[in-house]
Design a protein around this ligand. Structure first.
Ligand code: BG6
Length: 480
């Protein structure tokens, strides 16, 4: 009976993302009562499958990938809202069948809405969107139709522009939700609270008090089975263009006039506009590219690959607040530990009354695996002598809310259904971040062979990293 009002349609229903992230996230939203009334998921894949087989695949995956205990029966009850639909992404007739199915399933009153989610290889982004238009699906009367689109959004500014043009012919910008799952991580969302809801940080969040900022996102895993994608991409495009630059913008932006999507994104755009361009004179001191040992033997990786699996780069934001403050960005695969954090190193105070060697205050925002905030302070060492030591004030969010932090995809899916695009990337943000990354790529290109530094799997990265941080305490704080 056609009562469905919120119809989500995932292209890539048998893929890794759907199994690992999307369905487990939808299940958690269901358990918490966050899914809209009459929600239903139509999951699209190319292989023939019965609904029953598909539900069993999803149950197995959800049990494997959830951090929470899963009750089989509860999941199978939820799965009644999930149907499988076979479709060939390039076949226009299949889209006509899809249109008919959507018409049959959903309530015909105009309250119905469609959330299209592209969890497919980027080669299919444009063909799918064009078929949504030519099949007449886009013209189905509805309250709203939104398009959620995964990364990578292009390989550089030119390809991203082409892709955007083809999508923008079918969906207006306000209905395009480009995912950056880092922005939805709990501790990243927390940065706004920390910065703007505590009066103690506002006055010192600038070049007068902050010496440098370090943004590190390190992974223990290598490329695994994704060599085919990764070897044409590399860490600059895979991580810096999106996740790391987003973290930089959120850390550095001016207070937005409100937390509305466009107010927040306007401020991020201003940060991207103020990035100091990267040119040949910067190669020697603003960039390290690394490649882990054995990378070229990985599956689907070219034997003479010069793709970087690690990037360290020093960025300046040329505005009043940040002039002269280096932002050090570091990301790498096959490193010693999986860890992501933002570290703010404050300027050292002038120890005018005591002849003591104090340390800079450090504010660590821990993103993963631990979530929390640590503030390092100079304090007196107990005893009769005047001595100093460092104390750590620690807010361990993951200790207090064991496993209760929602996965980013829970937040992103809920926001997309509610029409809140604050955590999604707007086209002008993408344009500017690609422009910046393109400027690094084009500077590097001829020199890739000489620039690429080897590092051992499970290490802290190439030894050149040790000398890279050249301000403040001249150290990478994540190592401490
Ligand atoms: C993805 C990258 O966007 O983020 C991957 O394509 C990377 O290469 C992943 O492994 C890291 O995400 P997370 O949430 O596991 O830190």
């Amino acid at each position: 009976d056609a009562t469905i009002q919120t119809q989500m349609i995932i292209f890539g229903g048998t893929g890794d993302l759907t199994h690992r992230k999307l369905v487990p996230a939808l299940f958690q939203l269901h358990l918490h009562g966050f899914l809209p009334k009459d929600f239903s998921l139509l999951s699209i894949g190319r292989r023939p499958k019965t609904h029953g087989e598909y539900h069993q695949d999803l149950l197995d995956a959800t049990k494997k990938f959830s951090t929470k205990a899963i009750d089989d029966q509860e999941f199978l009850d939820f799965a009644k809202a999930i149907s499988y639909f076979r479709l060939d992404f390039d076949n226009p007739e299949d889209y006509l069948r899809l249109k008919q199915t959507l018409e049959d399933r959903t309530s015909s009153d105009p309250e119905r809405s469609f959330l299209f989610y592209l969890a497919v290889s980027p080669d299919y982004f444009s063909p799918i969107v064009e078929n949504l238009e030519s099949s007449g699906i886009r013209a189905l009367p509805s309250l709203w139709q939104r398009l959620v689109i995964e990364k990578p959004f292009g390989q550089d500014l030119d390809s991203a522009t082409l892709l955007n043009e083809s999508i923008a012919r079918v969906f207006p910008e306000k209905d395009i939700y480009r995912i950056d799952h880092y922005v939805a991580k709990e501790m990243i969302q927390n940065i706004n609270m920390l910065r703007f809801q505590n009066t103690i940080f506002g006055p010192v969040w600038n070049r007068h008090h902050i010496d440098n900022v370090q943004i590190t996102v390190l992974e223990k895993e290598g490329v695994g089975t994704r060599g085919g994608y990764y070897d044409h991409t590399g860490a600059l495009r895979d991580m810096v263009q999106n996740h790391l630059l987003q973290l930089l913008a959120i850390t550095a932006m001016e207070p937005p006039v409100s937390l509305d999507a466009d107010d927040v994104r306007n401020e991020k755009v201003k940060v991207f506009e103020a990035l100091r361009p990267f040119g040949p004179e910067d190669l020697s001191h603003r960039l390290i590219l690394g490649q882990y040992s054995g990378y070229t033997q990985e599956d689907k990786v070219s034997e003479d690959s010069t793709t970087e699996t690690l990037v360290a780069t020093k960025i300046f934001i040329d505005n009043e607040r940040w002039q002269g403050v280096p932002f050090y960005l570091l990301t790498g695969k096959a490193m010693k530990n999986k860890t992501a954090q933002i570290t703010i190193e404050f300027r050292k105070s002038n120890p005018y009354t005591l002849d003591l060697d104090n340390q800079p205050n450090i504010l660590e925002i821990k993103i993963q695996p631990d979530e929390g905030i640590t503030l390092h302070l100079n304090v007196k060492k107990p005893g009769v002598m005047d001595q100093m030591t460092m104390a750590e004030m620690d807010y361990c969010q993951s200790c207090l809310y064991l496993f209760n932090s929602p996965d980013s995809y829970e937040k992103l899916l809920l926001d997309a259904m509610n029409g809140d695009s604050t955590l999604f990337t707007r086209w002008d943000e993408l344009q500017l971040t690609w422009k910046y990354v393109d400027s690094i790529q084009s500077t590097v290109n001829g020199d890739r062979n000489t620039l690429l530094k080897p590092y051992n799997v499970g290490s802290f990265g190439p030894e050149e990293l040790d000398r890279f941080v050249d301000s403040g305490a001249s150290t990478w704080w994540f190592q401490n």
